[in-house]
Design a protein around this ligand. Structure first.
Ligand code: SF4
Ligand code: SF4
Length: 171
């Protein structure tokens, strides 16, 4: 199954429709693919580790301050355009409920009332540590956090490539 060559330029709603269509057609087959199942479990596990560490280091509280007291988080409208149908499809495989509409007009399409709804995230989202976080955390904490985030990024890359190859060769 070949994705349209310009699919990365689609609007987010069209990318979501494409991802849902892929899911309908291939989910049963891809779920029995052992490599992809293992990679998917690995990314989900690493994403949970990242979120847990961020909570433990107080990063969630810093983000909450931005969101509720300082005029909004940095998850701004337009960042969703970095996501393509393959990453969105991977989130469907991870049982993420992708929103039907934007929760807040000024924010990223995937920012829900309690934070990002995605489990399989773009490198840009995983990797971003703002100045406020860099100022608050010690060097040791930053290194620990960057190590964990780096593992999530590496794992996501492997999953993305495996899913892309599966879709390309499907049907
Ligand atoms: S990453 Fe930084 S700028 Fe963005 S919401 Fe969190 S604390 Fe605020
Ligand atoms: S972390 Fe989630 S909500 Fe924030 S910009 Fe990235 S995709 Fe959007």
């Amino acid at each position: 199954m070949i994705l349209p060559p310009d699919h990365r330029n689609f609007k987010i709603r069209d990318k979501l429709a494409l991802a849902r269509n892929l899911f309908e057609k291939t989910a049963d087959h891809i779920k029995s693919n052992e490599l992809i199942s293992n990679l998917l479990s690995d990314v989900i596990k690493r994403e949970q580790v990242s979120r847990k560490l961020m909570r433990a280091l107080g990063v969630n509280e810093l983000c909450r301050e931005c969101d509720q007291e300082e005029g909004g988080s940095c998850c701004g409208a337009g960042i969703e355009n970095r996501y393509d149908a393959i990453l969105l499809f991977s989130n469907l495989l991870a049982h993420v409920h992708l929103p039907e509409s934007r929760f807040n007009g000024k924010s990223c399409y995937f920012l829900g009332p309690t934070g990002c709804v995605l489990k399989i995230r773009h490198t840009l989202c995983v990797n971003f540590l703002c100045h406020k976080i860099e100022d608050e955390l010690s060097i040791e904490e930053l290194v620990r956090l960057q190590t964990v985030l780096g593992e999530e990024i590496d794992s996501t890359f492997l999953l993305y490539e495996a899913v892309k190859k599966f879709i390309k060769n499907y049907g």
